[in-house]
Design a binder for this molecule. Structure first.
Ligand code: SAH
Ligand code: SF4
Length: 345
């Protein structure tokens, strides 16, 4: 029988496992606490579990964390962790300090199958989904690399892959991350799921009741332009996407984030800004303009700074909260849309 990885099991799963092994649910809660709150990296560290139970557990389960392949530091303070998984696949996680925040950008798949034309990850194609443990593993590793009193404060699912295309593992990971008693205890408001616009996934996530933030990779305000940039727009066009956004349950002051990568001559005109403002009318929205991060052979260019600022000004004038998000880690290939790792043969 193959061993199960404890990392990635939700506290409820761990209670079930304990019962399976003939122990009480309480033992499962102890394991969850050791794994997610006390950063245990071996079963032997779980000293308040009876010795014979630990032995039974070791026959069925192990603690599997990714290993650190390399860490590269950017001049802007961000750090890219490249992590090696059990099958040698590599995924990245990016640590981004900002004032009193320390945000970790997590991946959900090896590569991505959605093929957005401006995204380097898209050129990798999809190799496979990450398991829940491979999604939270990098967070546990990152927290472990920080000084005793340091901890990641915010999480964004904006790394490699499309989170909502790996739905079950994403939700398990979020439950582990947000469980206040037995998990990592992050407030759901500090967790953001970014999607290319999978309508059924957005609806499901809304019904899940996790109360995490939703970010939509919009990038264009007309079907004509969006369809050229993002093949997914042929499955769910802007009308379908915006209807799903309007259905997504929001807490009183919560907003939906819209990411808009700025591509010179493609989606950055005054008319594009006006179309965007019209599209977002009546939506509690916050727009993040992301100046395009170039990669070799992309065929796109970043607009001049003055154009980006003018675009932002038009949106603000139309009443849309808009910030320009300069990506972190551009110099180390860690910026939005630059994540790429070779796929093992
Ligand atoms: N697949 C999900 C999660 C990845 S998030 C999604 O697309 O939402 C990564 C963000 O960076 C997305 O908003 C993506 O559109 C954006 N992005 C991709 N390539 C980029 C590039 N070259 N420059 C700037 N942003 C880019
Ligand atoms: Fe995939 Fe997101 Fe990149 Fe599109 S932008 S190819 S969905 S990772």
């Amino acid at each position: 029988m193959s061993l199960v990885n404890l990392v990635g099991l939700t506290p409820a799963d761990l209670e079930d496992l304990a019962v399976d092994l003939g122990a009480s649910r309480y033992r499962g809660r102890q394991i969850a606490t050791w794994l997610y709150r006390k950063r245990a990296t071996s079963l032997d560290a779980m000293t308040d579990l009876p010795k014979d139970f630990r032995a039974t557990l070791a026959q069925r389960a192990f603690i599997g964390l990714p290993t650190v392949d390399r860490v590269t530091a950017s001049l802007d303070g961000s750090r890219k962790l490249v992590l090696r998984l059990e099958d040698e696949a590599l995924v990245s996680a990016v640590l981004m300090p900002d004032d009193d925040r320390l945000t970790l950008c997590l991946s959900t798949q090896v590569g991505c199958g959605y093929g957005c034309t401006f995204c380097l990850t898209g050129t990798m194609g999809l190799t496979r989904n990450l398991a829940a443990g491979e999604i939270v593993g990098p967070l546990l590793v990152a927290n472990g690399l920080l000084p005793e009193d340091g901890r990641v404060t915010h999480l964004v699912f904006m790394g490699m892959g499309e989170p909502l295309a790996n739905y079950a593992a994403l939700v398990a990971a979020i439950r582990i991350i947000t469980d206040a008693r037995l998990g990592l205890g992050y407030s759901p408001r500090r967790v953001t799921v970014s999607t290319v616009g999978l309508v059924t996934g957005i609806d499901r996530l809304g019904r899940e009741g996790l109360r995490v933030n939703l970010a939509i990779s919009l990038h264009a305000a007309t079907d004509e332009v969006r369809g050229r940039l993002m093949p997914v727009n042929r499955s769910w066009n802007l009308a379908a996407l915006m209807a799903a956004v309007r259905r997504y349950p929001l807490a009183p002051r919560q907003r939906v984030f819209f990411e808009y990568v700025m591509l010179a001559g493609v989606n950055d005109s005054d008319e594009d800004a006006r179309a965007l403002a019209r599209l977002l009318r009546g939506v509690r929205a916050k727009v993040n303009l992301i100046p395009f991060n170039d990669w070799e052979g992309s065929g796109f260019e970043r607009p001049a700074l003055a154009r980006i600022v003018a675009f932002q000004a038009l949106l603000i004038k139309a009443g849309v909260t808009t910030t320009v998000r300069w990506s972190k880690g551009e110099d180390i290939g860690a910026a939005c849309g630059q994540l790429w790792e070779p796929v093992p043969a």
